[in-house]
Ligand binder design. Structure first.
Ligand SMILES: [Zn+2]
Length: 201
């Protein structure tokens, strides 16, 4: 029935004719892919981590800086460190808590994950495909953990120490790698995976 409907209009003049994919792309008005698209929606990222990472990348989480502007929160101070304004850059990058976690996970992966615009730097780096997807997924795991701990701090006034979060992120990445690893890899990727103990000699 949908096909009949479109055949009289736009689909008659399109050379590819009617398909569900064409119809979906026409209805949603397909745009250019954004640079972070492949990193966030890759197999290495668990869906809940990818979703929070997508919100963070678009500055779309309702943090205290925004809640304060909307007169919903009494202040705009970071729930974790209680020192700086709680915005996306601070909470997920500059806060002493998140920077310790990113530093610890980065040391394990022999990759600096604490730099500004980390995702962009990973995407534009000369690292192998595996290293890029694992390091991006590790950053998303860290962000998700920080987001959970931030909510714990806000609601229950308690958080776990960074060392515990780092161990949890390592375990999550190892499990995800076992599930979704590809056996096609460059020698550069293989050497790195051995160095971080995700592959053995
Ligand atoms: Zn903070």
């Amino acid at each position: 029935m949908l096909q009949d409907c479109f055949e009289d209009t736009i689909w008659k003049i399109r050379p590819e004719g009617y398909t569900v994919k064409n119809c979906y792309n026409w209805l949603r008005n397909k745009h250019e892919d954004v640079w972070w698209c492949k990193a966030i929606w890759s197999n290495m990222g668990a869906p809940k981590h990818s979703f929070i990472a997508w919100l963070i990348t678009n500055n779309a989480l309702m943090l205290k800086s925004r809640l304060f502007q909307l007169h919903i929160a009494a202040d705009n101070i970071c729930c974790i460190c209680q020192l700086q304004e709680e915005n996306h850059t601070h909470l997920f990058h500059k806060c002493v808590y998140s920077s310790q976690i990113l530093q610890g996970v980065g040391q394990w992966l022999c990759s600096d994950l604490t730099q500004s615009y980390m995702l962009l730097k990973i995407a534009r780096s000369r690292w192998g495909r595996h290293r890029k997807s694992i390091c991006s997924a590790a950053v998303f795991n860290c962000w998700y953990a920080v987001w959970l701990q931030r909510n714990q701090a806000r609601l229950n006034r308690c958080i776990v120490v960074p060392a515990v979060v780092i161990a949890q992120v390592q375990q999550a990445i190892r499990s995800r790698y076992c599930l979704y690893k590809s056996y096609k890899m460059s020698s550069k990727d293989r050497a790195w995976l051995i160095r971080v103990h995700l592959e053995s000699n």
